[in-house]
Design a protein around this ligand. Structure first.
Ligand SMILES: [Ca+2]
Ligand SMILES: [Ca+2]
Ligand SMILES: [Ca+2]
Length: 430
C-alpha cells in the first residue's frame, strides 16, 4: 500500500514538473482496491519562483496573470540572441564585446546568479545554438563552434565551421539555427538599404552541413560560384530571425527598407521561406498589413531584372507596421503559459528610429502573433513599457529595447534587451 502511494506520488511529481501541469489538492482515487482507503495527496503545483518586485515589474505591462522581473542586468557589449544549453542554463551573445555569456540560475530563485563569460575574442557573435555537443556561433564573416560545456562548464576554443558567409558592411548580425533536417541555416542581411547585391549570400538564408560543407540538395549546389552554392533562399533584406512552424515550415521575418515613408513597406513577420526562391527584396514587398492574401507589389526604385515579376516572389503571410524592426522570435510551445498562449508566436520588436510623425514611432515591445491551425490570424502587444510616451525607442530616455525572446526549459520566457543591457524573465502566475 505505502509503495503504491509513493509510486502515484512520484508519478504526479513527475508530471507536475512538466510544463503546464498543475495539480490541485484533493482526494485521490481509491488505491489498492481497499474500499474507503482514500489517499490524500499533497498540493503539487508547478509554481516557478517569482523574485520581489523590481523596476521591470513597475514599468512593463503584460496581460493579466503574467509577471516580469529583471533576470540579469548590467550586461555590457549589447546582449542579443539567447540559447538554452544542455546544462539548462541561459546563454547569450554579447555582439559588441565579442563574447558569449552564461547566465546561470543554479539556486533556482528566478535571478541569474552571475555573468560567466564562456568565450571571448569572437567577431560580432550574434546567433547562437547548441547542437550535437557544440555551441555554434554566427559572427561577422564566419560560423564557429565550441565544444561544451564540459563537467566544469568550460568550452573549447572556437573552431571554424565556415567562412562562406558575408562579412561586415551594412547589416552585420548573423543568425543561425539547425533545421529539422539537421542542416545549419544562417541568415545574412543586405549590405545596403536598397540595392542590387553583388554577393549572392547577402539578403539571404544560407544552408550548410553541420561541418560547414555544402549539402548536395541545396538549390544552387552545382553553381560555379561557391558563394551561391550556400544560398537556400533570397530576397530577404534582413531576416534577423527564423524558425520552423508547428507544421515544420521555415518561417523568417524580414526588416523592410527605408525611404518610402512611415507606412510602407510593412514589416514581413511570417514569411514562408521557399527553397531557391526570391522573397521580393529589393524589387517587391508584401503590401497588406496583418494577414496578407496578396502577391508582392513593386518597389519602383529599382528596375525589375529581366524575366522577373513580383508574382514570382514569395509573399509574407503576416506583416506588422512599417519600421517595427522585428528581431528575435519564438513559438510558445513548451512554455508554461496558459494553453492559448502556447500556440502563439512571440516576436521582439526593436522599435523605430526612422519614422517621422510621432504617432508613427513604433514601440519597442514583444508582440504576440496569434496562430490558428498553425497559421497567423492576428496580433496583439504582449509586453510593452520600455519607452516614455512619444519617445523614439533609440532615445536616451528609453529604458530598453527587446532584441530576442525565447523560452527556458522550465517554461519561462526570457527577453533580452540590447539597449538596457538586461535579460528579463516572464512567468505566468494567476
Ligand atoms: Ca539565482
Ligand atoms: Ca518580401
Ligand atoms: Ca528565435
Amino acid at each position: 500500500m505505502r509503495q503504491i502511494k509513493w509510486i502515484i506520488l512520484a508519478f504526479l511529481v513527475t508530471f507536475a514538473l512538466q510544463p503546464g501541469s498543475i495539480y490541485a489538492a484533493g482526494p485521490a482515487a481509491q488505491v489498492g482496491g481497499q474500499p474507503g482507503s482514500t489517499v490524500y495527496l499533497p498540493i503539487i503545483q508547478n509554481s516557478l519562483p517569482l523574485p520581489p518586485s523590481d523596476e521591470a515589474a513597475q514599468r512593463i505591462t503584460l496581460p493579466p496573470g503574467f509577471e516580469i522581473r529583471i533576470f540579469a542586468q548590467n550586461l555590457t557589449g549589447r546582449p542579443r540572441f539567447m540559447a538554452v544549453g544542455p546544462d539548462g542554463q541561459l546563454y547569450i551573445s554579447l555582439f559588441g564585446s565579442g563574447q558569449i555569456a552564461r547566465l546561470p540560475d543554479r539556486n533556482q530563485d528566478g535571478l541569474a546568479d552571475s555573468v560567466e563569460i564562456v568565450s571571448s575574442g569572437l567577431s560580432g557573435p550574434h546567433g547562437i545554438e547548441f547542437h550535437d555537443g557544440w555551441l555554434y556561433v554566427a559572427g561577422i564573416g564566419s560560423v564557429v563552434r565550441l565544444s561544451g560545456p564540459d563537467v566544469n562548464g568550460a568550452f573549447s576554443a572556437p573552431e571554424l565551421v565556415t567562412n562562406n558567409i558575408p562579412g561586415s558592411g551594412g547589416h552585420s548580425t548573423r543568425t543561425l539555427h539547425f533545421g529539422p533536417d539537421g542542416k545549419l541555416y544562417v541568415s545574412a542581411g543586405s549590405s545596403c538599404n536598397i540595392c542590387v547585391e553583388t554577393d549572392p549570400r547577402r539578403a539571404a538564408i544560407l544552408r550548410f552541413n553541420p561541418d560547414g560543407s555544402i549539402p548536395a540538395d541545396n538549390p544552387f549546389s552545382s553553381d560555379p560560384d561557391v558563394k551561391k552554392q550556400a544560398v537556400w533562399a533570397y530576397g530577404l533584406r534582413n531576416s534577423v530571425d527564423f524558425l520552423w512552424s508547428p507544421s515544420g515550415d521555415l518561417w523568417a521575418n524580414h526588416n523592410g527598407s527605408d525611404g518610402l515613408g512611415d507606412a510602407i513597406p510593412p514589416e514581413e513577420i511570417v514569411i514562408p521561406v521557399q527553397k531557391g526562391s526570391s522573397h521580393g527584396w529589393p524589387y517587391c514587398y508584401t503590401p497588406m498589413l496583418g494577414v496578407n492574401t496578396s502577391a508582392e507589389i513593386r518597389d519602383t526604385r529599382l528596375a525589375l531584372p529581366s524575366g522577373f515579376t513580383c508574382e514570382q516572389a514569395i509573399p509574407a503571410q503576416f506583416t506588422a507596421l512599417a519600421h517595427s524592426a522585428p528581431l528575435g522570435m519564438t513559438l510558445g510551445a513548451g512554455s508554461l503559459f496558459p494553453p492559448e498562449y502556447r500556440t502563439s508566436l512571440y516576436v521582439a520588436f526593436h522599435g523605430s528610429w526612422n519614422t517621422n510623425v510621432i504617432a508613427n514611432y513604433r514601440d519597442c515591445k514583444v508582440e504576440r502573433i496569434l496562430l490558428e491551425n498553425g497559421q497567423p490570424i492576428g496580433s496583439e502587444t504582449f509586453a510593452t513599457g520600455w519607452r516614455p510616451a512619444g519617445a523614439k525607442c533609440g532615445d536616451a530616455t528609453t529604458w530598453g529595447r527587446p532584441a530576442d525572446v525565447i523560452f527556458g526549459l522550465k517554461g519561462e520566457m526570457f527577453i533580452s534587451d540590447d539597449k538596457g543591457g538586461r535579460v528579463y524573465r516572464v512567468i505566468y502566475r494567476p
